[in-house]
Design a protein around this ligand. Structure first.
Ligand code: VG1
Ligand code: CO
Length: 609
């Protein structure tokens, strides 16, 4: 057995190591600075405390982005020196964020041991590569992201750190081969266990969903799918689940080989960045093939999802007035565009159908929750089905306590995150399986029929039952940080006089309802009583519309302003509008009220979702 020694390395604090919405994310060149990663990892060990670290089993893996392999070797050596007993690594260092959560909660090693926590190496939807982003976050024993109490402690530790511990004489471990390697340290044995990235996760999915019914749906020649992993780690699971377990064609998978730089793209599953999927869904017949019935994409670490359906054929009728006589021409236009499910609708629809369509929920939902900026579509379902409901700040870490306390089964965020209490992270593939389950359920007696119940049918039916929440988000990325702060304080100041706000709004548009409440969102965790302040500026309107402004906590450069716009429509004759059209008056109010262009110099957002 190879022996190692413990070295103490002197270091000094490095600025800016405050974890954001989901861990510490910086450019790779920042992470590669001497001691940068090491300081953060030691600060984490110190925040956890020796009693939690000594003898522990920790998972270390991530979305496979550039610098992950080096980071894994560094963390292995530091863990060994800090008295960790075993490190578990997904083969090639790959584990999706939801799979890490599943591994912490479910995996049992040959010797009966379980994991106590994890370092997840990802910057999620941010691009990867030598000039792009890297990230790291710590997850706890429940499989969820460290709560603010711990991340604050980690940050404080980074500002006072003087030394870190690292193993000397411990060679790099081959993480490409499955197997256990043991080393001898001054205080005993240290193991590195490299295991299959997918099997624990696949097993968990099979225990939640009725794979047979999904298989049946997928075997119908009428039901075709396309899954785009955007070169992220979802690719390591997609083939196993969709092809091998569920029988989808291999050609259904695109960009499903994980790449260190995500093929040079943004691994962000939205209509802007998932170009290839959108093109496939929107094309007419290609190679004698219809566009798929169902499309989905994931982000870099596979915790996000985008759900698309095939758009039904639309008939346009053009009316021409020709002098006195009126000639009517009907013109059929086959617009086979994709049908986009907003993430806010997605979580509401999953919640509304979960009990019938997903065996895991057969005995009922314990409650549902959404992040504050997510639309109120879920609220309406909760009210109708008499379910406990919670509104938490942005970031998955806030759902964990509710789930641990048995108060919440299904939850979601507008940012393409959907999940449940099967783990403590959002889960991109779970969301796809949830949608396939709903489709399988709605079509169970219909597979031989003429026409399947489509994604679009399900969404329109939902709107008809519960009303529709028109929703859009405008992102202004990489804005000057000072300007972003000024805009935010301008919006807070305005809230001191709502009558003035309403006067301004009247001057902008007369067809917009009136603001009845303005505040900065504050959350008191109902389980542990902890309070999180400054979680976004809210303007709530009389008719249920909302304008919300937040600064992103996941960017690595400058500031990103997010503007969330929502309007509720109950009138069945008005639920079929184009969402950007329906929201245009509110958008105009939001931009003028916030003086967006004045403060940021931007006449348009970087991304609209
Ligand atoms: C964004 C989203 C938030 C999500 C977070 C992490 O945060 O808005 O809803 O939880 O990303 O998602 P922010 O602070 O930039 O708005 V992931 O998939 O990037 O880990
Ligand atoms: Co992600």
């Amino acid at each position: 057995m190879v022996m190692f020694k413990i070295a103490r390395v002197e270091t000094t604090p490095i600025d800016g190591q405050k974890p954001g919405t989901s861990g510490l994310r910086k450019k790779v060149k920042v992470f590669k600075q001497p001691h940068y990663l090491q300081n953060f990892v030691q600060a984490t060990f110190n925040a956890l405390g020796a009693d939690k670290v000594r003898g522990a089993t920790l998972v270390v893996s991530g979305d496979g982005r550039y610098y992950s392999k080096d980071a894994i070797q560094i963390i292995i050596k530091m863990a060994a020196a800090n008295g960790v007993r075993s490190i578990w690594v997904g083969q090639n260092g790959l584990l999706s964020t939801p799979a890490v959560s599943a591994v912490i909660r479910e995996r049992v090693a040959a010797d009966g041991s379980k994991a106590n926590g994890a370092f997840i190496l990802t910057a999620s939807h941010n691009p990867g590569g030598p000039t792009e982003d890297f990230g790291i976050k710590y997850n706890m024993e429940n499989g969820g992201p460290a709560p603010e109490g711990i991340t604050d402690k980690i940050y404080t530790n980074t500002t006072t750190i003087k030394e870190y511990l690292i193993a000397e004489g411990l060679p790099d471990v081959d993480i490409s081969a499955i197997g256990l390697t043991s080393f001898a340290g001054p205080e005993g044995q240290f193991d590195v266990d490299v295991f299959d990235s997918a099997s624990d996760y696949v097993k968990l999915m099979k225990s939640i969903f009725d794979f047979q019914s999904i298989q049946k749906l997928l075997s119908s020649p009428k039901f075709t799918v396309c899954y785009d992993a955007l070169h992220g780690v979802a690719g390591a699971y997609a083939k196993r689940i969709f092809v091998e377990e569920l029988g989808a064609q291999e050609s259904s998978l695109i960009n499903c080989v994980p790449k260190e730089d995500f093929g040079g793209g943004h691994p962000d599953p939205n209509l802007t960045y998932a170009k290839e999927l959108v093109a496939r869904m929107g094309l007419g017949k290609t190679n004698e093939q219809d566009p798929p019935e169902f499309g989905a994409a994931a982000d870099g670490d596979a915790d996000r999802n985008m759900i698309l359906g095939k758009r039904q054929v639309v008939f346009f009728f053009f009316f021409f007035n020709v002098d006195v006589s009126t000639a009517v021409f009907t013109y059929e236009f086959n617009s086979n565009f994709r049908f986009f499910v907003t993430p806010s609708d997605s979580v509401a629809i999953i919640a509304a159908n979960a009990v019938q369509a997903i065996p895991y929920f057969a005995s009922g939902l314990k409650g549902v929750a959404r992040s504050m900026p997510t639309s109120a579509a879920l609220d309406v379902v909760a009210k109708n089905l008499n379910l406990k409901f919670f509104e938490v700040p942005t970031g998955w870490k806030f759902f964990g306590n509710l789930m641990d306390a048995g108060m919440c089964s299904v939850c979601g965020e507008e940012s393409f995150g959907t999940g449940s209490d099967h783990i403590r992270e959002k889960d991109g593939i779970w969301a796809v399986l949830a949608w396939l389950s709903i489709l399988a359920y709605k079509n169970k007696d219909n597979l031989g029929g003429k026409k399947l119940v489509s994604v679009e049918d399900i969404v329109r039916q939902h709107w008809a039952t519960y009303g529709r929440h028109y929703y859009t988000r405008y992102d202004y990325e990489n804005v000057d940080a000072g300007a972003a702060k000024e805009l935010m304080s301008h919006l807070v100041k305005l809230q001191s006089s709502l009558s003035e706000v309403n006067n301004i709004i009247k001057g902008i548009r007369s067809d917009v309802s009136k603001v009845v409440h303005g505040d900065e969102f504050e959350y008191k965790d109902p389980v542990d009583g902890s309070i999180s302040k400054h979680q976004g500026i809210r303007y709530l309107f009389e008719d249920g519309s909302r304008l919300i402004f937040r600064l992103s906590g996941t960017g690595s450069e400058g500031a990103t302003i997010r503007l969330y716009i929502e309007q509720y429509e109950k009138d069945p004759s008005k639920i079929g509008r184009d969402s950007q059209d329906a929201l245009a008056p509110l958008v105009e109010v939001a931009l003028k009220l916030s003086k967006m262009q004045e403060f940021t110099g931007r006449s348009a957002p970087t991304v609209i979702t």
